[in-house]
Design a protein around this ligand. Sequence first.
Ligand code: PAF
Length: 288
Amino acid sequence: MEILKTVSEMQAWSDNIHQKGNQICLVPTMGYFHEGHLSLMEKGKKICSDLVVSLFVNPTQFSENEDLDSYPANIERDVKLAEKKGVSVIFMPDKKEIYPDRFQTYVELTELPAHLCGLSRPVHFRGVATVVTKLFNIVKPDVAVFGSKDFQQLQIIRRMVKDLNYNIKIVECPIVREDDGLAMSSRNAYLSPEQRLSALCLSKSLEKAEAMIEKGEIRTSTVKKELENYIKSFPFTKIDYISICDPETLDEIGDINSADTACPLLIAVAVYVGKTRLIDNRIINPGQ
Ligand code: PAF
């Protein structure tokens, strides 16, 4: 496995792979690997002979009041784990390599970020879209793998690939969970043992919502109110959002009428547990 740190080295490596007629899969990450990341690598390795994992904690997707400075890191461990997964290259640029002095070009979507996480994290998706665009131009992948825990991110990347005519196949990987249902996240490392128990409110509230809708509840306001009371019953929690929306547009859905029942719905939640902001989601098909 090679560790490449500069844009020119990475681009030259990718050109060489393509010249040989091979395909490249990219797994973009911010490091501190957990089973979720490893499942993205496994998926990528099955699709392409050459797998590149980028490891870059992207400053432009954090607001000033967020956890950029304390974002967990363990590069040595990450390198070992990636090697075990058969990764060909870890692309690990430093900040100046990605954002040189006088950097001023950003990629911004007009609609999808105005929902869910974008409402409380106003610069987040501009930062994500910008860095992923740059990674696409630097790594030149044929395929890129993203997890569906960040469902809004996944939809934004899919839209961006269409809008900017990237010839890159976006592959989705399901959420990987701890045994008790908590969605894996690098930020779970911030939780105290008591907060860790409260964090279960996210996955459990999604199960609850699905059960209510399956039993015939069509008023999304009733489902959301129930979830709100449920989540508030867990100590240390503060709700950012509870959403029942169209997975394509992310527009909120009012009552689930017969026209909607044929379509999948996205139930998504974001909750602060102490100072840690966690997200989770589930797609349901009420008509089935
Ligand atoms: O999902 C992440 O870890 C990040 O948002 C990504 C896609 C690596 C961009 O920095």
